[in-house]
Design a protein around this ligand. Structure first.
Ligand code: NAD
Length: 502
């Protein structure tokens, strides 16, 4: 289905694109019951490269039932923790072996540079699967000696806690890191013995479908992982509200996250929400100017700015403001735009025409409110959904470009004069996902860290994620922490046991 002007991709990827795309439910490959499909668009060209099922509540219901049966089936329920470990390690090997192909699929479907997709997205998936494989055999409760002051003194008691899988997990994920977001949900679910219904984003369903093939190849029992494609308001809403799921794991916008949370609460479904951000990058005056400029540029332009923790508000000490902001603008103006599959590309297209228009409207609103464009400023002059990397200055803190998540390559740069001021302004947002501080002044950095309301604070780096380090948001950036040991807690219920031994 790919067209001639597309840069080359491997035969494996071509074969995958040519296969018909179906939902993976209960170990079977099924079309939507009414046969309807959604076109998948290559954002570098605007061309349709595949079609996937346009699923609704019927398909979601089938998948939830399949996941329930799998959860209760002895082949999974009684599987030893060492077997869950073995399967996750096997899946990690398969993802690694098919890494180039998965990166190409991600580059085609999302637009991100293929080398980045391979190193970061696929790399994080492989190490994440291995990391969570390790946890499968290390899930433990505690034993304790109960106090029981109201019981007679001669009584003898013993108590312990144990952890059990939360059950059937509904996972709803966004389009910015399609494969990685799938693994962030699936890996801890499989480590703990849960089963999953995954609904990928309608804009980027392809890598999740390829992953389902690898999951089948790894030898998981039917129904342990199910993948159902479809729109958010249809398939996503049906999954979030389904009374047959025990937990919903959502990553996406704060607006939709609240809707998903309300639907989950009606059934008292457990939930974890990873939502939006407007993360500050704080450059103190002692900084190495060129390193800070390169770091600030990377903090916003990585993944075309479509990163939940993107450093979209740059606060620079007034003494170094001009030099740092000039450095960022220089980097921005020299970035090479192109399709993700072109290995020289530094900045790919945005995910869709709709998203590119939305980002451009934000830039226009900033200009209307009095901001000045230092570089960039709108759509790049080429086919596909490209927006030039943009730096805005002369903003005020009340402007929409400063307050709202743009989710594109648009940076607002603002001077500040002292640390109290920057701490207050950095926290003046409903979000609290990430922040970075750029300085070698140990005292200043350590004193600032606890004042920043953000789930992650980076120092002299930004948006570096590690599978062992919990990730999630303060305030309206979410509920819960993924990755690390924290993820195991999200996918387990704790049971308390008290025994009278007398
Ligand atoms: P989105 O909220 O529009 O969509 C996310 C997912 O939710 C998609 O699969 C979509 O189909 C589904 N969805 C949409 N409406 C739904 C509904 N009514 N019920 C159930 N599901 C529904 O977000 P997006 O535009 O795909 O992604 C961008 C957003 O994701 C940004 O706000 C970004 O900050 C956030 N994000 C957060 C993190 C994090 O870890 N905190 C990571 C990546 C992205």
């Amino acid at each position: 289905m790919h067209h001639r002007s597309e840069p080359l991709f491997s035969a494996m990827t071509a074969a995958f694109l040519d296969r018909s795309k179906r939902n993976f439910i209960g170990g079977q490959w099924l079309s939507a019951q009414d046969g309807s499909t959604i076109g998948v668009v290559d954002p570098a060209t605007g061309q349709t490269i595949a079609r996937v099922p346009d699923s609704g509540s019927a398909e979601i219901d089938l998948a939830v039932q399949a996941a329930r049966r799998a959860f209760e089936h002895p082949s999974w329920r009684r599987a030893k923790s060492s077997e869950r470990e073995r399967l996750l390690l096997k899946l990690a090997d398969l993802v690694e072996q098919h890494g180039r192909e998965l990166a190409e699929i991600e580059a085609l479907d999302n637009g991100k540079p293929v080398e980045v997709a391979h190193a970061v997205d696929v790399g994080m998936c492989v190490s994440g699967l291995r990391y969570m494989a390790g946890w499968a055999t290390k899930i433990e409760g505690s034993t304790l000696d109960p106090g029981l002051p109201y019981m007679p003194p001669e009584g003898e008691f013993f108590a312990f806690t144990r952890k059990q899988p939360v059950g059937v997990v509904g996972a709803i994920i966004p389009w910015n890191f399609p494969l990685m977001m799938a693994i962030w949900k699936i890996a801890p679910a499989l480590a703990t013995g849960c089963t999953v219904v995954l609904k990928p984003a309608e804009d980027t369903p392809l890598s999740a479908l390829r992953l389902a093939e690898l999951i089948e190849m790894a030898g998981y029992p039917a129904g342990v992982v199910n993948v159902v494609t479809g729109y958010g308001h249809k398939a996503g809403a049906a999954l979030a509200a389904h009374p047959g799921i025990d937990k919903v794991a959502f990553t996406g916008s704060t607006e939709v996250g609240k809707r998903v949370g309300h639907a989950a609460l009606d059934n008292m479904t457990r939930m974890s929400l990873e939502l939006g951000g407007k993360s500050p990058v704080i450059v103190l005056e002692d900084v190495d100017v060129s390193r800070a400029a390169a770091g600030a540029a990377n903090a916003i332009f990585f993944n075309q700015g479509q990163v939940c923790s993107a450093g979209s508000r740059l606060f620079i000490h007034e003494r170094v403001f001009d030099r740092v902001v000039e450095g960022v603008a220089n980097i921005a103006s020299q970035m090479k735009l192109g399709p993700g599959l072109d290995s020289s590309t530094q900045l790919g297209p945005l995910i869709s025409g709709k998203q590119a228009d939305r980002v451009c409207r934000y830039i226009e609103s900033g200009v209307e409110e009095g901001a000045r464009v230092l570089t960039g400023g709108g759509r790049a002059d080429r086919p596909g959904f490209f927006v030039a990397p943009t730096v805005l200055v002369d903003t005020s803190d009340s402007m929409r470009v400063v307050r709202e998540e743009i989710f594109g390559p648009v940076l607002v740069a603002m001077p500040f004069s002292d640390v109290d001021e920057v701490a207050r302004r950095a926290n003046d947002t409903p979000y609290g996902l990430g922040a970075s501080i750029w300085s070698n002044d140990l005292r200043a950095v350590h004193r600032l860290i606890p004042r920043i309301q953000a789930g992650t604070v980076w120092v002299n780096c930004h948006s570096l994620i590690d599978n062992a380090l919990p990730f999630g948001g303060f305030k309206q950036s979410g509920i819960g922490r993924e990755l690390g040991r924290a993820a195991i807690d999200l996918y387990t219920e704790s049971q308390s046991v008290l025994i009278d031994l007398s």
